[in-house]
Design a protein around this ligand. Structure first.
Ligand code: UTP
Length: 291
């Protein structure tokens, strides 16, 4: 019997330098894909997977995320008085106790950001979602839901696993794969940002994790790794061999919204699915490409 996954950590303390100047005053996580911020998609994905408590690891300049998940009292009261529809705000208000905000005082790396949430996570397995990785599940089944389903079968630790072109592996955490069984691949090793030509495979970890709380003890003394940052990948690697560790091949599409190209692709792909936008955007894109 596995312990249920009730908590998700959203590390949102990064500086978002690839989106400057847009991210000078607006957190990257609040950039919209069509009309919903990236962080909203990630929270919806966690909620769909049965997760109740959302833990945000924030930093200076990220206060707007806290306001975003609160009641927008003035706007809501005005809209209500005017008899306007408020359904666009559904899912944006997190219930008291289900939204926790912690500060990472310095951006020392993803591993350090996760460690900042250790007392809130406590002694139970938990999920991590990087909101700038936009994961669009196939057939309405989100990435984290697919991972929780797999976790209920095999327990232990799981990461989402995604195949990418070999030449892009130096930008990611890469899996050394073992035996494969359907969507599950045994993880025999993990390496962060391997030098070109040294990656153990082209299977990367695109920002979705289910981890046992033991990873927090490892992070406590984790040395700096690739890029001089405290890397989550290095701490996870230390769990391999001690606890079950699997990669889950995700059924759906992934957009790397931390990069400009991925962000624009996500906007286009979603707009082309929206009944209120698709005809207009398709016609515009066709005209634009023919110019
Ligand atoms: P990224 O590598 O995408 O960094 O971090 P970033 O700062 O957000 O963006 P760029 O590269 O400067 O444009 C991956 C995730 O880890 C979080 C980020 O917020 C993002 O969700 N992170 C990273 C932290 O919370 N703290 C850190 O110290 C580093």
């Amino acid at each position: 019997m596995t312990k249920p996954i009730r908590k998700a950590v959203f590390p949102v303390a990064g500086l978002g330098t690839r989106f400057l100047p847009a991210t000078k005053a607006v957190p990257k996580e609040l950039l919209p894909v069509v009309d919903r911020p990236l962080i909203q998609y990630a929270v919806d994905e966690a909620r769909e997977a049965g997760i109740e408590q959302m833990i945000f690891v924030t930093g200076r300049g990220k206060g707007a995320i806290e306001d975003y998940f609160d009641i927008a009292y003035e706007a809501e009261a005005t809209q209500r008085e005017r008899g306007k529809d408020l359904s666009a705000l559904d899912g944006t208000r997190l219930e008291p106790g289900n939204a926790v905000f912690i500060r990472q005082q310095e951006p020392l790396g993803l591993g350090h950001a996760i460690w900042c949430a250790r007392t809130i996570v406590g002694d139970e397995p938990f999920a991590i979602l990087l909101p700038d990785e936009f994961m669009k599940g196939a057939r309405g089944n989100g990435c984290m839901k697919q991972m929780v389903d797999a976790y209920e079968r095999v327990g232990g630790n799981l990461v989402c696993a995604l195949e990418i072109p070999m030449e892009d592996t130096p930008n990611y955490g890469v899996i050394a794969p073992g035996a494969r069984d359907g969507a599950l691949t045994q993880v025999t090793g993990l390496v962060e940002k391997p030098a070109l030509g040294t990656a153990p495979s082209n299977l990367i970890v695109p920002g979705r994790y289910i981890l046992q709380p033991d990873v927090m003890h490892i992070l406590e003394t984790q040395e700096k790794g690739a890029g001089g940052e405290i890397q989550l990948t290095d701490a996870m690697a230390a769990l391999i061999g001690r606890q079950p560790f699997h990669g889950v091949t995700f059924d759906g599409r992934r957009f790397d919204c931390g990069s400009k190209a991925g962000y624009i692709e996500a906007n286009l792909a979603l707009a082309l699915e929206r009944p209120d936008l698709k005809d207009h955007i398709r016609a515009f894109a066709q005209e634009e490409l023919a110019r």
